[in-house]
Design a protein around this ligand. Structure first.
Ligand code: MTE
Length: 366
């Protein structure tokens, strides 16, 4: 069986890496539907995919609590109200391939713009569980650790990370056991994962084994080293890992998913398709496209009804193009007037995270 079949993915799924398994849908598949089908949802793994026996499974909730908990999946389902929410998950490495063209980014996957997908998640509110465990209101961070095994710096440990207590107590932050009406598949974190809407995907820890209430951010490698933002002059050779910004919220982003870079299309009316994603603080208000690098803009039309902080907005824009070569550019603006950086150079960082510069693709019309 191929890796794609093995992980219940679509035959057109693009595998970035077989081991650990990583991949995403072709962009034209991604913008077909507001909700991404499970077999097209991108996968980002740093280690193995643990096969967990749900009867043996226990989630431990420990740390600064009056009543630490040990919960089976059935306990979670029976003790706490079920909540459903549409959430777009975006990897911090989305669009890294464009940063790699500015300057090399060794040891990282060259994600295109497909490391993003949307699902309807079902689960329980993290805050309900924390309140049941008697959380100390003075505690500041909620750390998660996964039951997978990752090797870094000659050590083996589970993937982990943390979010501030304020975010953990917001009603949108879930412990999810279902994805689009089905139990999570092994590759997406069965039996339980965190879902932190508006945050980089790394904080949505899969195969969740432990929640720890503490005063400091997680000590896990993926909080203290990876998923940190450094200025453009910092490289692997001169980095001080104690510095840098631990990533949390996403950045405002817009992408052209169709046509593809390098396409040759008949001259005349060309319909661009794409997505725009908010930063989790303000909603996407407008998407615009340009054929002259921002001298003039055409406003796109939204294709999906939904407008909130946690999901993408799909859009289309119709342009009439004479024969010739074009660079198509897209950008978005949110309800408080934030826009995106114009150039990829401005956002380059040696780990290749958070690229939200104007999206540009080159096409030809004849
Ligand atoms: N959780 C565990 N335990 N191990 C991982 O490697 N990858 C993280 C996050 N949770 C990861 C994890 C990253 S970087 C992302 S972007 C999302 O899971 C991807 O979720 P998905 O594979 O369901 O799309």
């Amino acid at each position: 069986m191929s890796a794609v079949e093995n992980h219940q993915k679509h035959p057109n799924f693009i595998v970035q890496l077989e081991e650990p398994f990583n991949g995403s849908a072709p962009l034209e598949f991604l913008v077909q539907e507001f909700i991404t089908a499970n077999d097209l949802f991108f996968v980002r793994n740093h280690g193995n995919i643990p096969l967990i026996d749900v009867h043996e499974y226990r989630l431990s909730v420990v740390g600064m609590l009056r009543a630490p908990l040990e919960l089976s999946l059935d306990d979670l389902k029976s003790r706490f109200p079920r909540v459903e929410m549409d959430v777009t998950l975006q990897c911090a490495g989305n669009r890294r391939d464009e940063l790699m063209k500015v300057s090399p980014i060794p040891h990282e996957l060259p994600w295109g713009a497909g490391a993003i997908s949307t699902a309807r998640w079902a689960g329980v509110r993290l805050r309900d569980v924390l309140i049941a465990a008697g959380i100390e209101r003075s505690s500041r961070h909620i750390a998660f650790s996964g039951l997978d095994t990752v090797s870094r710096l000659e050590r083996e440990f589970g993937f982990g990370g943390s979010i501030p207590m304020d975010k953990a107590m917001m009603p949108e932050t879930l412990l999810a056991y279902e994805m689009n009406g089905e139990p999570l598949s092994p590759v997406h974190g069965f039996p339980l994962r965190v879902m932190v809407p508006g945050y980089i995907g790394a904080r949505s820890v899969k195969w969740l084994g432990q929640i720890t209430v503490q005063n400091e951010p997680s000590m896990n490698y993926f909080q203290r080293r990876a998923y940190k933002l450094f200025p453009p002059d910092v490289t692997l050779d001169n980095v001080n890992w104690d510095e840098g910004i631990m990533m949390g919220e996403n950045s405002l982003n817009a992408v052209i998913c169709y046509p593809f870079p390098g396409d040759t299309l008949p001259a005349g009316e060309v319909t661009l398709l794409g997505y725009a994603m908010s930063d989790g603080r303000s909603m996407v208000e407008q998407v615009q496209v340009s054929i002259d690098d921002g001298m003039h803009w055409t406003t796109a039309e939204f294709l999906s009804e939904k407008r909130d902080l946690w999901t993408w907005r799909l859009w289309q824009a119709k342009l009439t193009l004479a024969p010739g070569a074009y660079t198509l550019t897209a950008r978005t603006r949110d309800t408080v007037g934030n826009s995106q950086p114009r150039d990829t150079q401005e956002v380059w960082n040696f780990k290749g995270y958070g690229n939200n510069s104007w999206h540009r693709i080159k096409i030809t019309c004849e």
